[in-house]
Design a protein around this ligand. Structure first.
Ligand code: 13P
Length: 263
C-alpha cells in the first residue's frame, strides 16, 4: 500500500556549533527547507540557541525543536528544561530518548514515558528514539529491544494523544561511527516498530506514524535509505552540521514523496 506519510528530516546538532555558526547554518537549512516543502524539516540546536535560531528561520517552513525535555512540569530540577519552556521559545518538536541520553545518562523507559506526557501536554511533536546496541544485535535481540523500548515509553499513552508522534530508529552502533545499517536491516527494524505500534494501538495508527532512520546518514546514502517504502526520512547528526550535505539529504527525502505520487 502506498503511504501518504510526509517525509521527515531532523537535524540533531547535539552539543555543537557556536551561536554565530548555528545561526548561519540555520539560514542555509531554511533555504533548503523552503525549496522542498514536501518534506518536514526540523533542526535541534542546543538550548541556549533555540530562540535565536527560531527567529532566524521564521516564515521559512523550517521548524525548531529541543534535544530533550524534563519529565516534570516545573520546579526544583536544576539544569533541566521543561516542555513548556521549549514551547514558549517557539519549539514545535522535541527529541525523547536519544541513545546518548539512554546510555550516557541512564534514562529509563519510565522516565521517557513521563517526558512524552510533558511533550504532548505542551503540544510538542515528540520524536521518540529507539534502537539496539551492537551486543544486543549480535545476540539476535534487536527486535526484542525495539519492542520493549516502545512498550516502555508508550505505556500510559493513548492513540489520540500520540497523533503527532514520530519514531526514530537509531541503532546505537551506527551513531557517529560512519557505519550505516544495511537498508534491509533498517527496513526490518522499521517493520518491527510498525508491528509493535499496531499491537499496542491499531493498524491504522501504525500505518500513519512516521518512522525515520538515524545513524550515519549522509549525503551519499540518504537516497538509497529513503527510497525504501518503510523509511520515512532521517534523523541526522554529523551531516546536519554541513549545510550542503544536509540540503542534499532534505532533497532526497523530498523526492521520496514525489516518487510516491508518481506511482
Ligand atoms: P550521526 O548522523 O552523526 O551518526 O548521528 C545520528 C544521531 O544520533 C541523530 O540523532
Amino acid at each position: 500500500m502506498a503511504t501518504t506519510r510526509r517525509p521527515f528530516v531532523g537535524g540533531n546538532w547535539k552539543m555543537n556549533t557556536t551561536r554565530a555558526a548555528g545561526l548561519e547554518l540555520a539560514r542555509a537549512v531554511a533555504d533548503a527547507a523552503r525549496a522542498h516543502p514536501e518534506a518536514e524539516v526540523v533542526v535541534y540546536p542546543s538550548f541556549p540557541f533555540l530562540e535565536g535560531v527560531r527567529e532566524r528561520v521564521s516564515g521559512s517552513g523550517l521548524s525548531v525543536g529541543g534535544q530533550d525535555c524534563a519529565g516534570h512540569q516545573t520546579g526544583a530540577h536544576t539544569g533541566q528544561v521543561s516542555a513548556a519552556m521549549l514551547q514558549e521559545v517557539g519549539c514545535a518538536s522535541v527529541l525523547i530518548g536519544h541513545s546518548e541520553r539512554r546510555h550516557g545518562l541512564s534514562e529509563s523507559d519510565a522516565l521517557l514515558s513521563m517526558k512524552l506526557h510533558r511533550a504532548v501536554e505542551c503540544g510538542l511533536q515528540p520524536v521518540l528514539c529507539v534502537g539496539e546496541t551492537l551486543a544486543q544485535r549480535e545476540e539476535g535481540n534487536a527486535d526484542g529491544v525495539i519492542a520493549q523500548q516502545l512498550h516502555g515509553a508508550l505505556h500510559g499513552h493513548s492513540e489520540q494523544s500520540l497523533a503527532a508522534l514520530v519514531i526514530a530508529y537509531e541503532p546505537v552502533w551506527a551513531i557517529g561511527t560512519g557505519r550505516t545499517a544495511a537498508v534491509s536491516d533498517a527496513e526490518a527494524a522499521h517493520r518491527t516498530v510498525r508491528q509493535t505500534l499496531a499491537d499496542l494501538y491499531s493498524a491504522r495508527f501504525a500505518e500513519q506514524v512516521r518512522v525515520v532512520y538515524g545513524g550515519s546518514v549522509h549525503a551519499k546514502n540518504a537516497a538509497e535509505l529513503f527510497g525504501c517504502e518503510e523509511i520515512d526520512g532521517g534523523l541526522v547528526g554529523g551531516a546536519s552540521l554541513v549545510a550542503a550535505d544536509f540540503a542534499t539529504i532534505i532533497a532526497s527525502a523530498a523526492s521520496r514523496s514525489s516518487m510516491r505520487r508518481g506511482r
